[in-house]
Design a protein around this ligand. Structure first.
Ligand code: FAD
Length: 286
């Protein structure tokens, strides 16, 4: 197994594209190293992207925020202005694992591990985040909801990897929130995750919303019907009921010992409603 740590996006893409065997990006390694040690993956080439500056920085970009794919959850938490603009994204990244894991785990790794239960993904999708990919043919942008196709299946081509994420500019009175249910209080995989991002007008009515659900389908879902159910409302009880119903209708979860199908569907509605109420509260005081 060969290990490379290039310093530019182009050389990383060339290394990945030139490998005839299996090649893997290494970011924080909190998924990859576990999979290597358990012989789940046996790549011929590992490309560590942490020496590429662009993957390790958080910058303001045309009124939005660009977050490098190899920025860790712990680093996001220490960024007060980003936290103020996108509290839901930052809180989702900081639900990943323990303090030790958060010091290594990255947004790019969380998405590209391809788990439908990944915590930061519903928050990124609700935020309208766009992933910037680089590969041998250059760069392209892909909405985060289109990156994952199913468990462990990504829409990345040969030699492509995620360089960064762009969180779009936000109108005033906008905010977001992420909630998950786990059977334990921490260090567990989401049984359901819900991310909501919304904007309110001066009178407190919702003018735009995005709702995303994790762990209730083979991929993380953007639930446009749930967002439509609350736009135009002040999230009064009938709007909450519509949101819950639309969230539940979108779910097609697995049934396992950590959560039955019925339980996951029920909880998806509850978490979508609670996350929306938190996002609304934050937006009104933003
Ligand atoms: C103890 C423990 C607890 C955990 N708890 C949680 C949890 O609560 N919630 C949760 O969601 N996850 C959890 N995880 C899983 C893991 O920590 C996260 O998925 C993490 O975000 C992975 O990021 P990483 O940088 O470590 O990825 P890595 O392990 O470096 O990479 C993961 C996968 O993505 C690929 N990859 C990484 N970066 C890129 C990129 N930029 N472009 C293309 N491919 C890329 C790698 O090749 C690999 O296949 C836990 C893991 C452990 C060990």
């Amino acid at each position: 197994m060969r290990y490379e740590a290039p310093e530019t996006v182009e050389s990383a893409a060339a290394l990945l594209a030139g490998e005839t065997g299996e090649a893997r990006i290494l970011a924080g390694g909190t998924d990859l190293l576990v999979q290597l040690r358990s012989d789940i993956v046996e790549p011929a080439l590992i490309v560590d992207i942490k020496k590429i500056r662009e993957t390790r920085t958080v910058t303001e970009d045309k009124g939005g925020w660009r977050i490098g794919a190899a920025v860790t959850g712990a680093e996001l938490k220490e960024h007060p202005r980003l936290k103020q603009a996108w509290p839901g994204v930052v809180e989702a990244a900081n639900l990943i694992g323990s303090t030790q894991i958060q010091g290594r785990a990255t947004l790019g790794g969380n998405l590209c591990n391809g788990s439908p239960a990944a915590d930061s993904v519903p928050a990124l999708i609700a935020a309208g985040a766009v992933a910037t990919l680089a590969g041998p043919k250059g760069r392209r942008d892909l909405p985060v909801e289109d990156v994952m196709l199913g468990p462990r299946k990504l829409a990345l081509g040969k030699g492509e990897f995620v360089v960064s994420f762009l969180l779009p500019p936000r109108p005033p009175r906008s905010s977001d929130a992420y909630l998950r249910f786990i059977p334990r209080t921490e260090m567990d995989i989401a049984v359901v995750g819900a991310g909501v991002s919304l904007t309110v007008d001066a009178a407190g009515a919702i003018t735009a919303a995005r709702v995303s659900l994790g762990a209730v389908a083979p991929r993380v879902l953007l639930v446009t019907e749930a967002a439509a159910a609350i736009v135009g409302s002040r999230l009064d009880r009938p709007a909450q009921d519509r949101l819950e119903a639309a969230a539940r209708a979108a779910c097609a979860p697995i049934d396992d010992k950590r959560g039955t199908t019925e339980f996951r569907i029920q909880v998806a509605g509850v978490l979508a409603r609670r996350a929306a109420l938190i996002a609304l509260d934050r937006a009104r005081s933003a």
